[in-house]
Write a protein that binds this ligand. Structure first.
Ligand SMILES: [Zn+2]
Length: 120
């Protein structure tokens, strides 16, 4: 174990709070599907041409928001699982512990700064 219990508990409560926020945003802008699979909401404004165009624009907005939120949710869930499994905070590429300051700023980080920089 690389991090102390208090550090992990703080990260865990942050991640759980973040998870609730993501779920709230997903439910506000999209239609919930099975489990963590969400679908973007398609609103029906009417049958006129400009109404149809607005429907498509808003649907695309919801779709990209949904994708972003889904990825965030996936990473948050993964981090929470790692806390339970006892391998939280280890870089997925080089297996070295991630800088605690980075985890404080970004609790769902999965790579250390060195590997992150290399992958960019
Ligand atoms: Zn690394």
């Amino acid at each position: 174990m690389t991090f102390d219990v208090k550090f992990l508990e703080t990260r865990k409560s942050e991640l759980e709070k973040r998870r609730e926020e993501i779920l709230r945003e997903l439910n506000a802008d999209t239609v919930q599907g099975d489990g963590n699979d969400f679908s973007a909401k398609f609103e029906d404004y009417g049958d006129k041409e400009d109404e149809n165009a607005a429907e498509v624009v808003d649907f695309e907005k919801n779709l990209s928001l949904e994708k972003t939120l889904e990825i965030s949710l996936f990473n948050v869930d993964k981090a929470l699982r790692k806390i339970d499994e006892g391998n939280y905070g280890l870089c997925e590429s080089c297996a070295k512990p991630i800088d605690p300051k980075r985890l404080e700023a970004f609790p769902s980080a999965t790579a250390c700064m060195d590997c992150k920089r290399k992958s960019l």
